[in-house]
Design a protein around this ligand. Structure first.
Ligand code: PMP
Length: 370
């Protein structure tokens, strides 16, 4: 049998495995920060209508610039953050992973580096590797916050071309203050010694935060980019629709690397329909925020150490052997995530019933431990 390593693949891919959490068929799946709510039936019908319309012209390539969709996304951000944006400041792609990949294709690449603050979203280093961008792991405090002074020092030391700030951060749930983002942005500009470095604020979980979005910071800062997704707050992980907000020049730059017609007409039509239902979908976000806050409280009552969360998931521990706890929760029918953070696991907020099942399983596992 031929294996990957028998092929003439790039050296940096040898011995590596693909990214991905196990997709196991268990009763309670709280491992990949999905929404537990199916799309409402009215929206399903609206999607069917819009996709039917799109189907009539599938003989043609889709709108390569996705103008209608980008206009709607700009309106959504303007409405929910109070910061006015136009479609020329928005770009959309197949999930925010593709957004991040396009950014690294345009602003990273061989001979360039990206810096992030670990533990954070593990696709940041993986997409860097995939685009030939060097990866530098920056520091975080014991409470999983970004220590502004230490972070600024790391930027001055390494002079990266791209800086990733994930807020709220996956997998820890911690949000970053606007003051810290500004300090990192200024350090990145000063350290670059050239036209500046790109600072990418990954706001995949922004809608779940107790704090306002960092979006308004892009004003007057042409190398600050906000990345967003419909996978989490819109409960549409299966849709694959991510987007960015930035200076129009950044939007022009990613168009140099995007594949032509990358966003299918079916995707554009479906996203359009989901955006028409954004108020309904944001109602689910409010329920999930309340459930997330309940998980933090209840896990503490059970004796866990819990990191404050601004996302739709909660990091909890501490366990001598988190993988063993992960397995025993799975034995109770509950799938959570072991992100490899020492002593910790991560649980996504589900429905009230799912969260109760999870808390019962934690209670049982803690009892077995004593
Ligand atoms: N950024 C962060 C921080 C994430 O956690 C995720 C999803 N796990 C993504 C980006 C990518 O999401 P998508 O490609 O579904 O938009």
């Amino acid at each position: 049998m031929t294996r990957i390593d028998d092929l003439p693949v790039r050296d940096e891919l040898r011995g590596k495995s693909p990214y991905g959490a196990p997709q196991l068929d268990v009763p309670v799946r709280l491992n990949v920060n999905e929404s537990p709510y199916p799309m409402p039936e009215q929206l399903v019908r609206r999607i069917a209508e819009r996709v039917s319309d799109a189907a009539r012209t599938l003989n043609r390539y889709p709108d390569r610039d996705a103008v209608v969709l980008r206009t709607q996304l700009a309106d959504y951000l303007t409405r929910t953050t109070g910061h006015r944006l136009g479609p020329n400041q928005i770009w959309a792609a197949n999930g925010s992973n593709e957004i991040l990949q396009q950014l690294l294709q345009a602003f990273g690449g061989p001979g360039r580096t990206a810096l992030g603050f670990d533990p954070s979203y593990s696709m940041h280093p993986l997409i860097s590797r995939g685009t030939g961008t060097g990866w530098i792991s920056g520091p975080r405090t014991a409470e999983f916050d970004i220590d502004t002074e230490a972070a600024v020092a790391a930027i001055h030391e390494h002079r990266p071309d791209v800086v990733f700030v994930c807020s709220p951060n996956n997998p820890t749930g911690t949000a970053v203050s606007p003051e810290t983002v500004l300090a990192l942005y200024e350090a990145a500009q000063a350290a670059s010694g050239g036209p500046g470095a790109l600072v990418v604020v990954d706001e995949a979980y922004a809608e779940f935060s107790h704090r306002p979005s960092l979006l308004s910071l892009i004003e007057g800062r042409p190398t600050l980019v906000i990345s967003r997704t419909m996978s989490k707050a819109f409960g549409a992980a299966g849709l694959r629709l991510g987007y960015l907000a930035a200076d129009p020049a950044v939007v022009d730059a990613v168009q140099l690397v995007r594949l032509p017609y990358h966003l299918s007409a079916v995707t554009q039509a479906t996203a359009h329909a989901a955006l028409e239902f954004s108020d309904t979908l944001l109602g689910y976000v409010e329920e999930l925020k309340a459930e997330r806050d309940r998980l933090v409280v209840e896990l503490r009552v059970l004796g866990c150490e819990v990191t404050e969360s601004d996302a739709n998931f909660v990091q909890f521990g501490r366990f001598a052997d988190p993988h063993d706890v992960w397995q025993r929760l799975l034995d109770h029918g509950v799938l959570v995530r072991d992100n490899g953070v020492p002593g910790r696991l991560r649980v996504t907020a589900g429905t009230r019933q799912e969260n109760d099942a999870f808390l019962d399983a934690v209670r049982a596992v803690m009892k077995e431990n004593n």
